[in-house]
Design a protein around this ligand. Structure first.
Ligand SMILES: NC(=O)c1ccc[n+]([C@@H]2O[C@H](COP(=O)([O-])OP(=O)(O)OC[C@H]3O[C@@H](n4cnc5c(N)ncnc54)[C@H](O)[C@@H]3O)[C@@H](O)[C@H]2O)c1
Length: 262
């Protein structure tokens, strides 16, 4: 397809972005709406979702509120009753900046971690992707067109201290996406991931208030700034458009070059 007018890239499509009430998901949802999609803002928090729907409306776009807990299959199925089928699914909900509390990273050495904390991390970052993909995939297969995009982390591509379980859950989501891509490609459905470096937003920014700490964090980044919430949005739109038809089973880093050596 020709790439002339991005305002029409997703025209006529319905998208659903999980965890779109804040942060990276909100930025992706707003970008998709600006490119013509109707966007369901799927979030645990209905008030946040409603605020984003209002922002989309103010931008001249269209969207709706869809509440769910991605870690709970029954809640995801109830959401599907409300939204009907979608063309584009962005699995964005994850532990995200909630790993930080009062600006301080609460991530810890694996050996000192409480085993009771592993399940929730795996449920949101991995099982949530299975729950929502399994629920919305049949509609895409029936339509003969679909896009599934999952937001993962560089922590699942290279080892990161204090993020062993989180990185493992994200790596599982990447493995799942590669396998699913092979299964559903012939039906016109593509499945990809975007792997992020550190994005400066919300609670995470608090931990970076110390300029010395931020300088240390930036050392491995060829592009000398941390990510912004809207950095992943253009690639997300592209992968979920008709222009992404021949791109599947891939993991694309959006990380200022942090993992350029991989
Ligand atoms: N922030 C970063 O630096 C960073 C880095 C790498 C990867 N990521 C990934 O990007 C994604 C988004 O991160 P973020 O920092 O924007 O998230 P965030 O913590 O700001 O949360 C965004 C939204 O997700 C919702 N949410 C949380 N759990 C949910 C659930 N179980 N079901 C439905 N909605 C839920 C929250 O209510 C919130 O509105 C996550 O998958 C995260 O792992 C983030």
């Amino acid at each position: 397809m020709e790439f002339r007018d991005t305002a029409e890239l997703l025209a006529g499509r319905t998208a659903l972005v999980t965890g779109a009430g804040a942060g990276i998901g909100r930025a992706i949802a707003r970008a998709m709406a600006r490119c013509g999609a109707f966007v369901w803002i799927a979030d645990l928090d209905a008030d946040r979702a409603a605020t984003v729907v209002a922002e989309i409306g103010a931008d001249g776009g269209r969207g709706g509120v869809a509440t769910c807990d991605v870690a709970d299959l029954a809640s995801v199925r109830a959401m599907r009753e409300h939204t009907g089928p979608v063309d584009i699914l962005v699995n964005n909900a994850g532990t995200g900046v909630r790993a930080f509390r009062d600006g301080v990273a609460t991530m810890e050495d694996f050996v000192g971690s409480d085993p009771a904390g592993w399940g929730p991390v795996i449920r949101i970052n991995f099982e949530g992707v299975l729950n929502v993909s399994h629920t919305y995939l049949p509609g895409m297969l029936e339509a003969g067109w679909g896009r599934i995009l999952t937001i993962v982390s560089d922590a699942g591509r290279r080892g990161e201290r204090h993020q062993a379980v989180y990185g493992a859950a994200k790596a599982a989501a990447m493995g799942f996406s590669r396998g699913l891509a092979v299964e559903v490609g012939r039906a016109g459905v593509t499945v990809n991931c975007i792997a992020l470096g550190t994005i400066r937003h919300g609670g995470a920014s608090g931990g970076l208030a110390d300029p010395e700490r931020e300088r240390a964090m930036l050392r491995p980044y060829p592009i000398k700034r941390l990510g912004r919430v809207d950095d992943p949005a253009p690639l997300a739109v592209l992968l979920c458009s008709d222009a992404g038809e021949w791109i599947t089973g891939q993991v694309y880093p959006v990380d200022g070059g942090y993992t350029s050596g991989l």
